[in-house]
Design a protein around this ligand. Structure first.
Ligand SMILES: *[C@@H]1O[C@H](CO)[C@@H](O)[C@H](O)[C@H]1NC(C)=O
Ligand SMILES: *[C@@H]1O[C@H](CO)[C@@H](O)[C@H](O)[C@H]1NC(C)=O
Ligand SMILES: *[C@@H]1O[C@H](CO)[C@@H](O)[C@H](O)[C@H]1NC(C)=O
Ligand SMILES: *[C@@H]1O[C@H](CO)[C@@H](O)[C@H](O)[C@H]1NC(C)=O
Ligand SMILES: CC(=O)N[C@H]1CO[C@H](CO)[C@@H](O)[C@@H]1O
Length: 512
């Protein structure tokens, strides 16, 4: 704590008790309970009273420079550091620091036996620094919005449980951002990024959150445990009907594994109320007892780098020792008191109303008389003007709707082909009809058709259209074709050259 924030002597009697209470973090509570945090991660707030070191590191697209984001005196991230460092460019979360003083930081995840990616070194993608804005007790911060193929890891940890050693873990996650794929996890995993098959049962002990796994009652998502070769909701390889969905915007998820044949899942609404015990009992079978924990830490991926899951992480920690229910109940009270709340995903003077038709003009010098136009499903830029044909004017006009995948952002329907929508598919922008059959296909379409306008990266007066589901990616014209592109990513259309202009659009009243 900086000296100036200490209570004055006059206010000591009353002030000290209140100030100390307000700043207490989840890891102070775990420590008092005899089960200290040996990893503590959050881009949002300090998890200890008086933690003033870096919360996370960001890397910006313009020059690849990095900087650390530290907390304000109230413990919440000082996002002025990020907002000024990332002005007029893009930023990624390049490292999440371990606040427990154990050095268990989280880095860009390496490839694993399940998935490899096109990033340098076949690593996973890093998350956008602005994908999950949130407020904590009224102060704005950013969580970690993790799309598929994105993940963080540390294979060389210290003090994390191995073998059948006891541990506990919690995380605050978003019940509205998840999917049915494997595996949006946070917790203990293999140190070699590899699943060796049945002999690795029990090599992991991590929170899994989503609508995959063995599930519970209702439509999900469910807090489950990835114990390797199974995301368990209870004792069996089957639904645990006793245990229910956690669709809250902010969910407290807990998994803990005792020594001996005993473990538990607990969960709660991170905004109010108490934790519920979703499972407390024995492990599935003798292949999971004793456990064979290896002690790596994963975030957003499975132990073998299975990377098709998605979710949002705000904070979490892993303990040494099996925390008591009472300790966790106090952690939940601390989380509720922190007052997590949603905030707008739109950072632009967006004045276009639902039902209005808009047209979007490129602002790159080469192409600034060209507009986003679709011919059938293909989306390109074309020369369009007031003297263009009525057909072309309709093809260059899109109707603004509330976001199909998130009410916080927007979706854009073709004026020319009502019932067809702009969506990304394999990184290209397409005009496409929604599927009607599988719920998971409908979810995928809706999310791929949702975009969040922000102030144009090349300047005010323009807009950049960020993909809701892949917030490192923006509508970009490249050789006249529309992509969702990241700044300096692995594809040709991710090129840094001309990125800021290519992703910035002049949005006007539609031609049609
Ligand atoms: C929330 O903010 C209020 C007003 O600044 C402060 O009095 C209170 O202690 C804060 N609560 C927590 C849990 O930090
Ligand atoms: C927050 O960061 C900004 C930008 O670096 C800095 O000017 C300001 O002093 C910081 N605020 C606090 C309270 O440290
Ligand atoms: C790829 O990563 C390696 C090791 O981190 C680094 O030395 C190299 O410069 C990177 N290459 C590119 C093209 O970024
Ligand atoms: C969780 O708590 C918030 C805040 O009180 C409330 O608005 C929300 O409805 C709760 N979620 C569920 C699923 O009850
Ligand atoms: C919230 C809830 O329904 N929890 C139940 C989960 O399952 C266990 C049995 O494993 C029950 O004891 C809980 O009541």
């Amino acid at each position: 704590m900086p000296v100036f924030s200490k209570p004055s002597l006059g206010a000591f009697a009353l002030g000290f008790a209140l100030a100390a209470h307000a700043a207490e973090g989840p890891c102070d509570i775990y420590k008092a309970g005899g089960t200290p945090c040996v990893a503590a991660h959050s881009t949002v707030r300090a998890l200890y009273d008086g933690y003033t070191d870096a919360l996370y590191q960001i890397q910006r697209g313009s020059d690849d420079a990095t900087t650390d984001v530290t907390p304000l005196p109230n413990g919440v991230a000082n996002i002025s550091i990020q907002d000024s460092f990332c002005a007029a460019t893009t930023c990624l979360i390049s490292k999440i620091y371990d606040q427990s003083n154990t050095g268990n930081h989280l880095y860009q995840a390496p490839p694993g036996s399940a998935d490899q990616n096109p990033e340098n070194g076949s690593r996973d993608y890093l998350a956008s620094a602005i994908g999950a804005p949130v407020t904590v007790n009224g102060t704005k911060a950013y969580g970690v919005f993790i799309p598929p193929k994105t993940g963080y890891r540390n294979d060389k940890t210290k003090s994390i449980a191995t073998g059948d050693d006891p541990e506990g873990m919690y995380a605050i996650l978003d019940g509205t951002h998840m999917n049915h794929f494997c595996c949006f996890d946070y917790g203990n995993a293999e140190t070699d990024n590899t699943d060796h098959g049945g002999s690795d049962n029990g090599a992991m002990e991590a929170i899994y959150f989503g609508i995959g796994g063995y599930q519970g009652s209702g439509n999900g998502p469910w807090v489950q445990a990835d114990l390797e070769n199974g995301m368990f909701s209870g004792s069996g390889r089957s639904k645990n009907e006793d245990n229910h969905s956690m669709p809250d915007k902010f969910v407290t998820a807990i998994v803990k594994g005792d020594k001996g044949n005993h473990w538990a899942i607990r969960a709660g609404n991170a905004s109010e109320g108490a934790l519920e015990t979703m499972y407390d009992g024995e492990r599935h079978d003798s292949s999971y007892s004793p456990m064979k924990k290896q002690g790596a830490i994963v975030l957003g991926i499975g132990g073998d780098n299975s990377d098709r899951g998605q979710g949002t992480f705000y904070e979490g920690a892993i303990t040494s020792g099996y925390p008591s229910d009472d300790t966790e109940n106090k952690v939940q009270a601390n989380i509720v008191a922190a007052k997590y709340a949603a905030t707008s995903l739109i950072s632009a003077k967006w004045s276009f109303h639902i039902g209005q038709s808009i047209s979007l003009r490129a602002t790159t010098d080469c192409c600034n008389t060209r507009y986003i136009t679709h011919i059938g499903e293909d989306v390109k830029t074309e020369l369009v003007s007031s003297s263009s044909s009525d057909d072309l004017k309709r093809q260059a006009s899109f109707v603004v709707h509330t976001g199909r995948g998130s009410k916080d952002c927007y979706s854009f329907e073709s004026w020319d082909q009502p019932g067809s929508w702009l969506r990304h598919s394999n990184y290209q922008l397409k005009v496409d009809k929604p599927p009607t059959e599988e719920a998971t296909d409908i979810q995928q379409f809706n999310e791929d058709a949702t975009f969040c306008p922000q102030t144009g990266i090349n300047g005010d007066g323009h807009f950049s259209m960020r993909s809701w589901s892949y917030p490192t990616r923006y509508w970009r014209h490249y050789n006249g074709v529309l992509y969702i592109a990241s700044n300096g990513g692995p594809h040709d259309f991710d090129a840094k050259y001309s990125f800021n202009d290519d992703v910035s659009w002049d949005v006007t009243q539609g031609f049609a």
